[in-house]
Design a binder for this molecule. Structure first.
Ligand SMILES: [Zn+2]
Length: 406
């Protein structure tokens, strides 16, 4: 039994408890609230952790990741074996940064999830989404060096599909490979050379086919959306999350509220691209061209009360190191969200998208003990979440995965 004493963030009520206490027993939380509200059983085997000038909060959840290792500074080569070994290393860095849950979109999510669950490797909880389904020539198409069939055979993050039958088979293929949700590209994107950001990729019928098939598997579709019309069409087709959401209008946010859809951020990358090094010119140009829409889109979503979950799109590259993945919290506060709202986006709302809202994402008795301790108070200074070195303790399912004694 662990007894943690210190400042506690209650993300359910959006409150900070100054003299708080969290108690874990085995893999679960048994108490979280004011200090003194819990009677420690006389025979309990107890370890006390005094948090002092720190804060106890739920483990952080990154709802938008591609754990392919392709862009990592730690990769030793480009074969799938080398890249998988890279990710096995890198996800340890995610844990060190306080990430206890990840919604992945790559071929490795499922085997990583199983290895972590078995205790073979150290890593966060993973919800695998399989590969990103896109139309031929669309945002997720790596280009004509490989044929579409070769892409589907070899690519670690992309799967190409066209037409009703193709889309149906693509979704079923992802489930065959372990996906627990489906990611599609509803519009063009910034990182792809051949398409326009406003391109609508997939017809309404193709999107509906994929949404309906995901529903038959008890899950949902997440849609990459940079452009406006494609986002609107994806929402009409019934997608459950809009990734990036660079351009949204009144109708989009109304549909999101109506459908209980979630907006997934990736703002740190969106705002950061102009300062990144080593990117091709077309990519920087595209990023700059759409940046002006972001603030208005997020202001509309905020005003309408759309649920927002935090996603990073970080790849442990030089530009997006996992040790700084918490910069995404700060980025959300720069478009009008409060510190507490940003923390909710990166905890309970991420858990919602992982379909683990009743198991993790808040310090609630009965839930899994996924929690972190950070130096400082993120409710007052959100930047304390932006650096791995400030994450003093990480616990996943009641097991301490990181502990700094400084
Ligand atoms: Zn992405």
């Amino acid at each position: 039994m662990y007894l943690l004493y210190g400042r506690v963030i209650d993300v359910i009520h959006g409150e900070v408890i100054e003299n708080g206490m969290v108690v874990t027993d085995g893999e679960r939380i048994v108490y979280a609230g004011a200090e003194g509200g819990f009677r420690v059983p006389a025979d309990a085997d107890v370890r006390v952790i005094e948090v002092e000038d720190g804060t106890i909060l739920p483990g952080l959840i990154d709802a938008h990741a591609h754990l392919s290792g392709c862009e990592s500074v730690n990769r030793t080569g480009n074969t799938p074996y080398e890249l998988l070994l890279t990710v096995v290393h890198d996800i340890g860095e995610l844990v060190d940064a306080g990430i206890t849950g990840v919604r992945d979109m790559s071929v490795f999510g499922y085997p990583l999830m199983k290895a972590i669950e078995k205790g073979n490797i150290r890593g966060p909880r993973i919800m695998p989404g399989g590969r990103v389904i896109g139309s031929t020539g669309g945002h997720s198409d790596p280009g004509p060096e490989l044929s579409p069939a070769e892409v589907n055979e070899k690519d670690l993050t992309s799967y190409l599909a066209d037409g009703r039958e193709g889309c149906l088979r693509a979704v079923r293929t992802q489930f065959r490979e372990g996906a627990r949700f489906i990611k599609i590209c509803a519009t063009g994107g910034v990182s792809s050379q051949m398409d326009g950001v406003e391109d609508i990729q997939f017809s309404l019928e193709e999107m509906e086919v994929m949404v309906q098939e995901a529903k038959r598997h008890g899950t949902y579709v997440a849609a990459h959306c940079t452009g406006l019309e494609g986002a609107r069409q994806a929402l009409r087709a019934g997608v459950t999350s809009i990734e990036h959401g660079i351009r949204l209008d009144e109708e989009c946010v109304r549909l999101m509220v109506q459908n209980d859809a979630t907006l997934v951020t990736t703002l740190s990358v969106a705002f950061g691209i102009k300062n990144f090094t080593g990117l091709p010119d077309y990519l920087v140009e595209k990023a700059l061209a759409v940046e002006k829409y972001i603030r208005d889109s997020y202001a509309l979503a905020h005003r309408a009360g759309v649920r927002v979950a935090l996603g990073s799109d970080y790849s442990n590259s030089r530009n997006t190191p996992y040790s700084k993945i918490g910069r995404e919290f700060e980025a959300l506060t720069q478009v009008g969200y409060s510190n507490i709202e940003a923390i909710q986006a990166g905890t309970i709302h991420g858990a919602h998208l992982m379909k683990l809202e009743d198991q993790t994402g808040s310090l609630t008795p009965g839930k899994l003990a996924d929690l972190i301790v950070v130096k400082g108070n993120p409710a007052e200074d959100i930047s304390v979440l932006a650096d791995s070195d400030r994450v003093k303790l990480v616990m996943i399912g009641g097991v301490i995965q990181k502990e700094l004694h400084t």
